[in-house]
Design a binder for this molecule. Structure first.
Ligand SMILES: Cc1cc2nc3c(=O)[nH]c(=O)nc-3n(C[C@H](O)[C@H](O)[C@H](O)COP(=O)(O)OP(=O)(O)OC[C@H]3O[C@@H](n4cnc5c(N)ncnc54)[C@H](O)[C@@H]3O)c2cc1C
Ligand code: FES
Length: 265
């Protein structure tokens, strides 16, 4: 794990309330794997407010250029502060952290299933799978076209790209789970599925994967403090023997069968 002052080269609003932040950090870029994350100090002036660094997943990484990017939704104080950074500023960045996705060794088809900003950790994975020769079926859902985060790199990496919006303003009219039910023939051919989004969406996607008989991995979120396994502030419920796991070190990516997700919307 590396801590560095990473130089901002881009911090742009890509859709209302969603920003793409690109930083230069050759050391972190060299080591970062899909599904891992970094902790970013979001304050521009007062380093104690907000005090805790915020976790963001690697959205994409270009090892040759030494660049790491993050796709973030503006939620509260930290992410609002983060929007103030401009090219030339530096962001105190700690990473890579956590356990990422395990890409299947075979070149069989894989499914990328994302709800909302849950797409953030899956773009780097989709690009890597595409470069490895996998067929990539992407299923992306959002409330409307205004919040559908169809990243150009993700679209390029996808053999088939299926979008769903609740209001029907883009792609299939309905939610991502309804779209998955409609496209079960594609899902059932996959050797693995990789899922991130709101917990009820992940719970429904995990159970659909079980129904069609494919393994899946999910990327979880929780509030975080230390990010390195010391404070126990980020635990999630799992079926492992001690019932709880730390999202920051044992995750954020888990086997879909071992996490207990909140199914309530
Ligand atoms: C491993 C990991 C990877 C993540 N990757 C991304 C990403 O790529 N893009 C992205 O937009 N977001 C991501 N998140 C969520 C992101 O960290 C939170 O949205 C952010 O920390 C909120 O900080 P804030 O100061 O803006 O909001 P706060 O003022 O701290 O909180 C605003 C609201 O968000 C909730 N919240 C705070 N922290 C988290 C958290 N860690 N997870 C979920 N809800 C939280 C609070 O309960 C509150 O309701 C990730 C979280 C984790 C744990
Ligand atoms: S954030 Fe401290 S143990 Fe995970």
């Amino acid at each position: 794990m590396i801590t560095c002052q990473a130089k901002v080269i881009l911090n742009r609003e890509v859709k209302p309330g969603y920003y793409l932040l690109r930083l230069v950090s050759p050391e972190i870029a060299r080591k970062a794997l899909p599904g891992q994350f970094a902790l970013l100090r979001c304050s521009t002036k007062d380093l104690t407010d907000p005090l805790l660094r915020r976790p963001l997943s690697f959205h994409n990484v270009t090892k040759e250029q030494g660049e790491i990017s993050f796709l973030y939704q503006v939620k509260g104080k930290g992410t609002k502060e983060l929007t103030r950074f401009v090219p030339g500023d530096t962001v105190d960045t700690m990473g890579p952290l956590g356990k990422g996705f395990q890409l299947e060794p075979t070149k069989g088809p894989i499914a990328i299933i994302a709800g909302g900003v849950g797409v953030a950790p899956l773009v780097y994975l989709a690009c890597m799978a595409h470069d490895k020769g996998n067929t990539v079926y992407t299923f992306l859902g959002a409330r409307s076209t205004e919040s559908l985060l169809a990243d150009p790199d993700l679209v390029r990496a996808s053999t088939r790209f299926f979008a769903a919006t609740d209001d029907g303003t883009e792609g299939f009219c309905g939610n991502i789970i309804e779209l998955l039910h409609k496209e079960t023939n594609h899902l059932a051919t996959c050797t693995a599925a990789y899922i991130c989004g709101p917990e009820p969406v992940m719970a429904a996607a995990v159970s659909l994967c079980a129904k069609v008989g494919i393994p899946c991995q999910v990327s979880l979120e929780s509030t975080m403090a230390c990010g390195v396994g010391a404070c126990l502030g980020c635990t999630c419920r799992t079926t492992r023997s001690h019932n709880y796991s730390r999202v920051c070190t044992e995750g954020p990516v888990f086997d879909g069968r071992e996490v207990i997700l909140d199914e309530k919307p």
